[in-house]
Ligand binder design. Structure first.
Ligand SMILES: [Zn+2]
Length: 627
């Protein structure tokens, strides 16, 4: 166990050499695998694949991808791999799963055989399930195909070396989009150009009956590819598409180079696929509600998603922590540098959402205020430092929402928005405004444009790059940021940028949108209650009034001051309590028992906002301004 990545353990070149040494000397050329995918039954939630894998007689070990890039955990959906058969020269082969690793299969290749034919089925979840690419991915009208779902690969090679020739047969009249170049197409049959296994797994296919492809930039070509469960859901307003074009322009200015031949924003609009964003080198797999671009409230809520995933092409895919750049999909990933991989991406994604006008200045500040308040009221910081939230990801990423404020979740996203803002402010202060995070991005993410390469880094390179811009004890700065226990959020950067966090009784438009769309009541910063609209308690904030009175996650509020619970009744009671001394009475159900809790709280509702600090220059507006 280690806290800091002072030395890298695996760069791609070293790993390749290690694997090459273990190869049989008789096999020199990496095999070319063909995978023919039948996706015509995608609406029935089943894909069928036929693979041909060159092999020589003797024991053969095959892997189903386990550690999926960007998911940061061993999430390869092995439970959905079914219908598995192996054949050689037309004869069925027996197979056995590895006793220590369920993603590994062993077969014996008979004498005289030069390859193994594999057939397999992949089952999309039949009912709604979350969870990245293993979550719900197909509906009656559309599907997202991730190639890691439908292939095996032979042991002894790194994923860069293995060549795959992939093809797919789509449902009748379905269109498709993918960053993978097309070699030929005949009706519903699409044959892609040969690619390395790395590139194939990094290149999902978005397909559906209702699709819209909008160019968002040229030289190189950028495209927003939408697939939806209805034609009407594709009809976003003109400024939505204009802002996406701005995003491409502003990102090119921020980084000064690009590391993809062309880029496809693959955007799924459906209430029946899992909702998340997953980065790829030349595309992203982003999924929101069916009305995610036509409904203005939903557009507001999902505003940060595409900028975040786009930034990942530079920060995460091109520049990647050395111990996340594994040689294949079986080697475990180490996640200690996610405060750069995800934290810096979150900071730059929010910055670009403001610069591209995807968020108005008010919306950008409301988003930052919410982040600052959530971390300010995060008691789990007292026992668990920020570094540990990154280190523990492979095991803890899917923790439940209950007790989140005490357990802490993936705080390296949001807390590092505050920390990287602090770095931006320090760079500007130390250099009299001559250097900023824009210069960091040019230096750290720059280089020759065009190809999708991986350049690994360590903690040391973050420190040394910052030092070339402005001499400062950046190692001490980041060590302190990653190991401190508060109290409270790291707000020095925000305050240095000319703004401060304030709480008042008026929810921001962003808070209202979150409450409306998630059907929740946000009393986290007053009573310390995160509630569903029916009174179910998702989480309590340790140390705040509700938790101190004895209320915990999983209970349900039934009545407030003797009257049936509703959002309005709770809001009115909090308002009235400001001007009287009576305790608030909550009738609460806990596993079939009822109890009344008295809460002596008179502070009213509290919602986060940013307020201008006139004594300081307004650096935040400068950071968020279009370049
Ligand atoms: Zn991310």
């Amino acid at each position: 166990m280690r806290l800091f990545p002072f030395c890298a353990v695996a760069c791609l070149t070293l790993s390749a050499m290690a694997v090459a040494e273990s190869k049989s000397p008789a096999v020199k050329t990496p095999p070319t695998v063909t995978v023919a995918l039948d996706a015509t039954e995608a609406p029935r939630k089943i894909l069928q694949a036929k693979l041909n894998i060159p092999a020589k007689p003797g024991p053969l070990t095959l892997y189903y991808p386990k550690w999926i890039p960007g998911e940061h955990e061993p999430s390869g959906p092995i439970q959905n791999l079914t219908g598995l058969h192996f054949q050689a020269n037309g004869h069925e082969l027996t197979w056995r799963r590895d006793l220590l690793d369920a993603w590994t299969f062993h077969v014996d290749v008979p004498e005289g055989a030069a390859s193994v034919d594999v057939t397999l089925d992949y089952l999309f979840p039949a009912t709604f399930e979350g969870g990245y690419s293993s979550g719900s991915s197909a509906t009656e009208k559309m599907a997202v195909i991730s190639w890691n779902q439908v292939l095996l690969y032979p042991a002894g090679w790194i994923s860069d070396e293995l060549k795959y020739v992939a093809s797919v047969r789509l449902p009748k009249n379905w269109k498709f989009a993918s960053p993978l170049p097309v070699a030929s197409q005949s009706g519903a049959e699409v044959r892609f150009a040969a690619a390395s296994l790395t590139t194939l797994v990094d290149s999902p296919v978005l397909t559906g009956e209702y699709m819209r492809m909008e160019p968002t930039g040229e030289n190189p070509h950028h495209e927003l590819d939408l697939a939806a469960d209805s034609e009407a859901a594709l009809d976003g307003p003109p400024d939505f598409f204009e802002h996406q074009r701005n995003l491409v322009t502003q990102a090119q200015k921020l980084f000064g180079s690009y590391h993809y031949p062309n880029y496809h924003f693959l955007y799924s609009l459906s209430d029946h696929v899992a909702h998340f964003g997953l980065e790829h080198h030349a595309s992203d797999d982003s999924r929101v509600d069916e009305r995610g671009i036509v409904d203005p409230t939903k557009r507001k809520l999902f505003a940060g998603l595409l900028p975040h995933e786009f930034v990942h092409s530079w920060n995460g895919k091109f520049r990647r922590p050395a111990d996340l750049a594994t040689p294949d999909y079986q080697k475990p990933m180490q996640t200690d540098l996610l405060w750069v991989y995800e934290g810096l991406t979150s900071y730059l994604g929010d910055l670009l959402s403001a610069r591209s006008a995807i968020r108005t200045p008010d919306e950008a500040r409301d988003n930052l205020a919410l982040i600052a308040a959530e971390l300010e009221y995060r008691p789990g910081r007292s026992w668990r430092n920020l570094q540990d939230t990154a280190d523990a990801v492979p095991a803890l990423q899917d923790s439940p929402a209950a007790w989140q404020s005490w357990r802490r979740g993936v705080d390296y996203y949001d807390e590092d928005v505050l920390n990287w803002l602090w770095v931006d402010v320090l760079l500007r202060q130390q250099t009299g405004g001559k250097k900023s995070m824009d210069d960091f991005c040019h230096a750290f993410h720059g280089g020759a444009s065009g190809s999708a390469e991986v350049k690994t880094y360590t903690f040391d390179e973050i420190v040394s790059t910052l030092n070339t811009l402005a001499p400062y004890d950046w190692r001490k700065f980041w060590t302190e940021r990653l190991t401190n226990h508060g109290p409270g959020a790291p707000l020095a950067g925000l305050e240095g940028s000319g703004w401060k966090l304030v709480l008042n009784d008026t929810p921001s438009a962003l808070t209202s949108a979150r409450e409306e769309l998630r059907d929740t009541i946000d009393s986290r910063f007053s009573l310390g209650l995160d509630l569903l609209a029916d009174g179910s308690i998702v989480d309590t904030v340790e140390g705040l009034p509700a938790a101190k009175s004895g209320i915990g996650p999983g209970m349900k509020v039934l009545a407030v001051n003797g009257r049936k619970f509703s959002k309005i009744i709770l809001r009115d009671a909090l308002k009235a309590a400001k001007s009287n001394s009576d305790p608030l009475e909550l009738l609460v159900e806990n596993a079939e028992y009822y109890r009344t809790f008295k809460i002596d709280y008179h502070g009213g509702e509290k919602f986060p906002h940013l307020e201008r600090e006139d004594s300081k220059p307004d650096m935040l507006s400068e950071i968020y301004a279009a370049k």
